[in-house]
Design a protein around this ligand. Structure first.
Ligand code: HEM
Ligand SMILES: CC(C)=CCC/C(C)=C/CC/C(C)=C/COP(=O)(O)OP(=O)(O)O
Length: 297
């Protein structure tokens, strides 16, 4: 009996480790932005089968990209306090296990999109996987402090992926939503990078606070929060969303800018981490707001 319990316990921990490989909270937010990208062109809930299959495909390929990142980065992860306990670093999963898992769910996700959604969405999602798991993780992350600005494009794609899943075309309105996440990524990440500067310095990863110092990074955070605010106005100018969106998104952006101003000129202990946490709520509320505004208009 106790042996059965031990086996069950081992299986449960392995399952937990496989789930951890997929960076589930990040993927959930990615799926929310993809869902919004589906709801807008469908002018409501799209066909439920299509919705489930598209989200499943995009989720599996995103999880696969995250798992590849765990394998490629395990030596870097081992050196950082935030990541040293990850399953591949600790050997709870071997590199082969993690890579096989990544390839299996990636292939499954691609097939789901290819056969049940459309080929455009399958290719674009695959390109996002390559952008994050290969271009960013394998190359940019180690090469330049602009790593997350360029690499951020992959993580910004999901609203477009949702949109193409419904329409099978690349629409300029969808590209505006991509631009929002693209402008959001630098302040999202650099706030965390300031908080974890020692980690990145120790692992010799050229993140902006390490290469150019905290002050310059704070200036860049402020600059990008301002750019983000301007980009957020564009879907209102194009007529995609109404006044509710404009006013509430301005409030969300104002708070982001205010945190960036405080970080730059009135920094206090823990403020960088607070700004990072806020970035996540900001993006979540912003995309939920888009749906509310759409229902209201
Ligand atoms: C190149 C682009 C990006 C970089 C470099 C980046 C970096 C990071 C890092 C280092 C973390 C910390 C994870 C941890 O606490 O262990 C994080 C957390 C998070 N990121 Fe990003 N991120 C990017 C894009 C995105 C995108 C596109 C989304 C969603 C649309 C996103 C959503 C999140 C969420 C929800 C968390 C919190 C995860 C948790 O608490 O477990 N990120 N990000
Ligand atoms: C198909 C598709 C849309 C793919 C892209 C999806 C994806 C998983 C984006 C994640 C962005 C992210 C968490 C980057 C951090 O990587 P990091 O290596 O800098 O962070 P770490 O140190 O926490 O591993």
């Amino acid at each position: 009996m106790s042996q059965i319990n031990t086996i069950r316990h081992l299986q449960a921990t392995q399952l937990k480790d496989y789930i951890e490989l997929t960076k589930p909270k990040v993927v959930l937010l990615i799926l929310l932005t993809a869902l919004v990208g589906m709801v807008i062109p469908a002018a409501g809930l799209p066909d439920l089968d299509l919705l489930i299959l598209a989200l499943l495909g995009i989720g599996l390929l995103s999880g696969s990209a995250a798992a590849i990142n765990h394998v490629v980065d395990y030596k870097i992860d081992a050196q950082m306090a935030r990541t040293y306990h990850r399953p591949v670093v600790k050997g709870r999963l071997t590199q082969i296990q993690a890579l096989s898992f990544a390839l299996s769910i990636g292939l499954l996700g691609f097939c789901i999109l290819w056969f049940t959604v459309n080929q455009l969405t399958a290719w674009l999602t695959f390109a996002s996987l390559v952008g994050y798991a290969i271009v960013y993780t394998l190359y940019l992350k180690r090469a330049t402090p602009q790593n997350i600005v360029i690499g951020g494009l992959a993580g910004a794609m999901p609203p477009l992926l949702g949109w193409t899943a419904v329409t099978n075309t690349i629409d300029p309105n969808a590209l505006l939503l991509v631009m929002i996440i693209f402008a959001w990524t630098p302040p999202h990440f650099w706030a965390l990078a300031i908080h974890r500067k020692q980690d990145y310095a120790k692992a010799e990863i050229p993140m902006l606070p390490v290469t150019h110092g905290e002050e310059f990074t704070k200036t860049m955070i402020l600059l990008y929060t301002c750019i983000l605010s301007i980009v957020c106005i564009m879907p209102w100018l194009s007529g995609q969303f109404g006044l509710t969106y404009l006013l509430v998104s301005a409030g969300l952006n104002f708070r982001f800018i205010w945190l960036a101003v405080q970080l730059k000129w009135f920094d206090t202990k823990g403020l960088a981490f607070k700004t990072f946490k806020y970035s996540i709520w900001h993006l979540m509320f912003l995309f939920i707001l888009m749906v509310f505004d759409f229902i209201l208009v």
